[in-house]
Design a protein around this ligand. Sequence first.
Ligand SMILES: *Cc1c(COP(=O)(O)O)cnc(C)c1O
Length: 393
Amino acid sequence: MSASDASRDPLGEGGFETICAHYGEHRLAHGGGAAPPLYQTSTFVYPDAEAFDRRLLPQNPYFDYTRVSNPTTALLEAKVARLEHGTWCRAFGSGMGAISSAINATIAQGAHVVAVANCYPPTREFLQQYLPKFGVQTTFVTSLDPQAFIAAMRPETKLVYLESPTFGVNHLIEIPPITAAARARGAATIFDNSWATPYFQNPLDLGVDLVVHSATKYIGGHSDVVAGLVIGRDESLRQALRKEGELHGATLDPFAAWLLVRGLRTLALRMRQHEQSGLAVARMLAEHPAVAQVNHPGLETHPNYAVGRRQLRGCAALFSFALRDQSKEATHRVLNRLRLFSIGVSWGGFESLALGGTYFDAPDHKPTWLIRLSIGLECADDLIADLRQALED
Ligand SMILES: *Cc1c(COP(=O)(O)O)cnc(C)c1O
């Protein structure tokens, strides 16, 4: 790319949507293609032996091997780092690839971890079942009170793992007091921001060290890719995450990275629509006589509504509700009568999904039959009509 090409290339400096549309793209260096090139290659070749010898130097202009890095993936990483107010991002082959790598990068043998009890269940399993074989113990905090997290920290605490809203019941945790206390004690903090996306929340600005995403959800947005992301500002954590990626090898495929760049083009637009439709559905449910409770942090009746107003710029459309009839049969009956909502795991895609189950309702541990909804991009009136007919006697 010549200097004059570079000066004519839009830099994409500006707001969220502008970054998604233009940041990091050098279109004139790629034949003028509006869409970025897909480097679907495992290896990269060099013009001479000297260039090959220099390949591991930071100033090296060549890529080496796709498990280490790839230009299509690097474009995704550059955009997401900006969107999350970080200085770097590392992509992984799944959300769990990103989460387990971020955790591994911050702990050491015999370390202690403090974690939100109601985190994503495989994350909890990784902390509770897998890490003890390296002598790593986790204290799970069921309270939403930041003081409970601070009280659980010990001199050997290396990591505080956070997720808000919490899994299933959508409780919110106030983040800044926890990150400040962790930092003062020399412990790292990780925050799973899959629900809010960088459009509604930037945990790095709340004092978090590493943000993790299941990009499978809203960032991909089309239910056609499994991917994960880790974002940070600290240079030594950047090196540690690079090693986790290289040595554990949970690498993102270049085509998946290309699909995620495409997903980013409409992320802001989709999140605004998800929020609007999600709130419309939640408000209908909150007034419905068959419904006992709606766990949506955008409703004024939500117990942590004030925390949400401070931390979130808006609300995603994954939430749950409880029927007055707290039987499995009643819950299944509603699920089986839904027509537009499919029954399935995952969320954040264009299509609406529903799922029933009992989740432990921190802090009182009361098992509740909940229906979890992911509100997609269908016409909100159609979704409301579908839920109304499913809830009829
Ligand atoms: C799905 C999910 C993950 C894991 O992501 P994968 O891409 O499925 O590995 C992590 N955190 C949350 C909150 C999730 O919903």
